[in-house]
Write a protein of this length. Structure first.
Length: 132
């Protein structure tokens, strides 16, 4: 596992709310997890992703090369409950990523069918535009 890499699957991604927290990190590539995760919308503020034994999906995200000083800033800006842990990617690599405790996530809406936070957020934006 490459300790300087970080898989992000929510508001840290390019163009989203907390991406500036990654200033000084190097975008490496877009990536997907192995189909072994579930993802929930935590208060429509950020996603919560966790590993499952069955019924998982492949979650879209991005990989960054993150120096220690940037990681400290990222960690300090993350909402409560999120933590860094191993993430299994679709191509077989294992990299550190941002995860959320399953027991905390399951009380929030499951958005796994969207395949990721960006797709979920795009659907919410389209939904909001239709309500006006």
């Amino acid at each position: 596992m490459a300790p300087d890499l970080l898989f992000v699957n929510g508001t840290l991604m390019r163009g989203l709310a907390l991406n500036a927290n990654l200033d000084g990190a190097e975008f490496v590539e877009e990536a997907r997890t192995a189909p072994t995760y579930r993802i929930h919308s935590i208060g429509d503020v950020h996603p919560g992703m966790y590993l499952v034994r069955e019924g998982g999906v492949s979650v879209a995200g991005e990989i960054y090369r993150v120096p220690d000083e940037v990681w400290r800033r990222v960690e300090g800006g993350e909402p409560p409950g999120l933590y860094r842990g191993p993430v299994n990617l679709a191509d077989g690599r294992v990299v550190p990523g941002i995860l959320f405790p399953r027991d905390l996530a399951e009380s929030h809406p499951d958005i796994s069918d969207y395949g990721g936070w960006r797709a979920y957020w795009a659907s919410r934006t389209a939904e909001d535009a239709g309500e006006r």
